[in-house]
Design a protein around this ligand. Structure first.
Ligand SMILES: Cc1cc2nc3c(=O)[nH]c(=O)nc-3n(C[C@H](O)[C@H](O)[C@H](O)COP(=O)(O)OP(=O)(O)OC[C@H]3O[C@@H](n4cnc5c(N)ncnc54)[C@H](O)[C@@H]3O)c2cc1C
Length: 465
């Protein structure tokens, strides 16, 4: 079978399916190839199922504090398999929704593994079939997979990948989480709430090393208070199975060694791009640190070949993938006013307890760039809504350019801050100054007032602290 398309997308995650739908909306004849479930990592094994699980953990934690609100309950039961099933059902429902949207927009969905055999030519192999498609434009949206530590390969038994951690058949008594990026932090939080004895190991000198230092310090203190054993400057060297689980040899940056025995180890040390076995080497596609190198419109060095989402480099987030998808396709369609993506103004969120949300420059990054800055900080413990709902953890820190007053970055810890950071994202997109944000009126009582107070603090006008 030979078919000619305007746009052929490889990968059906939040990069690929959004690209395909937008291309079809713009009148381009579009096909999408997916080897696994539609929705990619995000919907099936990432953003969505983890949030479902974390909601369960939130409820378990809320039960522990219900007496504050006059509630009591006897004989509360918890069934892990129901919680896991709910997360799988959420993923399946959304994946089905993507299939419906693609069909509704007349996108041809091809099931199988795609290889770019020549410029404009893609071969798709499935168990039962092999087909060739020709397309003027090919968009690679093949995502990423978990990085592994040499000789410590997830086996689904004692050494878990994030997929195993999302589908436990029973709770382990103890868990060693290796890596304190968003994924490690979320799973550490989840398992801690469910009563598992959690150790969190980070090779850098602080957990959440990409965040503002104040966030790392706060979250380490919080996690320790919750009983999580946090080990920084520490790396996992070797493992050995034991009768009850697994023994992990940890090495501190000073050279000292420590052995811990746990039931499971979760390796969450980052991701690497899915670039192999797709014909990219033969085409001479440039890579940069393992990711496909692209220009500001997501064009690779090969004419007619584009890359979006995780495979094209960080920040590896679903909303970055979807935004690049629309931008890339609109550029292909010749739309005039397409804007290149500003990667320094993409919010990132960690749905741990408490949550972390941030955007733009940290205090340290601004200083390293030699920018004179003004800082604002406000503690959630002084926010009326936070006190009323008994969620007083965290703070909001804002970073402004002292000369121009422009908002350079915002760093939030607290209850549902992931829902609030978009306020600062809009402010940054509009290049708003602290005076402009201070002139907007924040509704009361909301936790967003902490954002306002942080900005007022930067202007030396804070009221509530
Ligand atoms: C545990 C976890 C939690 C996460 N939580 C969040 C979160 O809260 N918020 C957030 O923004 N991000 C989160 N992420 C990251 C997010 O999932 C990714 O950034 C996002 O999925 C990237 O989208 P993508 O379209 O680039 O790739 P993917 O979603 O990975 O999709 C790529 C697709 O391509 C397919 N594919 C690959 N190669 C081929 C081929 N040759 N032929 C056919 N099909 C192919 C794959 O099967 C896959 O379906 C999380 C990730 C993980 C692992």
């Amino acid at each position: 079978m030979k078919e000619q398309y305007d746009v052929l997308v490889i990968g059906g995650g939040p990069g690929g399916y959004v690209a395909a739908i937008r291309a079809a909306q713009l009148g381009l004849k579009t096909a999408l190839v997916e080897d696994s479930a539609l929705g990619g990592t995000c919907l099936n094994w990432g953003c969505i199922p983890t949030k479902s699980l974390l909601k369960g953990a939130d409820m378990v934690r809320a039960l522990k504090h219900m007496s504050t609100f006059g509630l009591s309950a006897d004989n509360v039961q918890f069934d892990l398999s129901t919680l896991v099933q709910h997360s799988r059902d959420s993923a399946a429902k959304l994946s089905g929704g993507i299939e419906y949207l693609l069909k509704k927009n007349n996108v041809l969905v091809v099931r199988g593994y795609a290889t770019v055999v020549a410029k404009g030519e893609v071969r798709v192999k499935s168990d039962s079939d092999e087909s060739t498609f020709f397309s003027k434009h090919i968009i690679l949206a093949t995502g990423a997979r978990p990085k592994v530590i040499p000789d410590i390969n997830p086996d689904g038994l004692n050494i878990w990948s994030y997929v195993d951690a999302m589908t436990p058949s029973k709770l382990p008594a103890s868990l060693l989480v290796v890596g304190s990026g968003a994924i490690g932090m979320e799973f550490a939080s989840f398992y801690c709430d469910l009563g598992v004895d959690v150790t969190l190991v980070e090779v850098q000198d602080r957990i959440m090393p990409l965040e503002d230092r104040a966030v790392s310090v706060y979250m380490e203190k919080e996690y320790r208070q919750r009983g999580i054993n946090v080990l920084t400057n520490t790396q996992l060297d070797t493992t050995a199975n034991t009768s009850g689980g697994i023994q992990a040899k940890l090495r501190h940056s000073s050279g000292s060694e420590q052995t811990v025995e746990v039931e499971k180890i979760l390796v969450s040390v980052g991701i690497e791009a899915n670039t192999g076995n797709m014909g990219l080497e033969q085409l001479g596609v440039d890579l940069q640190r393992g990711f496909i190198a692209v220009d500001q419109w997501c064009r690779t060095n090969v004419a007619g070949l584009y890359a979006i989402g995780d495979v094209a480099g960080g920040p590896c987030l679903a909303h970055k993938a979807s935004h690049e998808a629309v931008m890339c396709v609109e550029k292909i369609a010749g739309i005039d006013d397409v804007r290149a993506i500003n990667k320094s103004a993409i919010a990132s969120c960690t749905f741990s307890y408490p949550q972390v949300a941030s955007i733009g420059l940290t205090e340290q990054q601004a200083k390293e760039k030699g920018i004179p800055i003004k800082l604002g900080v406000f503690d959630q413990s002084s926010n009326g809504k936070a006190i009323a709902i008994d969620e007083p953890k965290g703070f909001v820190k804002t970073v402004f350019d002292q000369t121009t007053g422009e908002l350079l970055g915002a760093h939030m810890v607290g209850y549902e801050v992931a829902e609030q950071i978009q306020g600062f994202a809009i402010a940054m997109a509009l290049e708003a100054t602290e005076q402009e944000i201070a002139h907007s009126i924040f509704p009361h009582p909301t936790q967003s007032e902490s954002m306002y107070e942080s900005v007022l603090d930067a202007c030396d006008k804070a009221i509530h602290h």
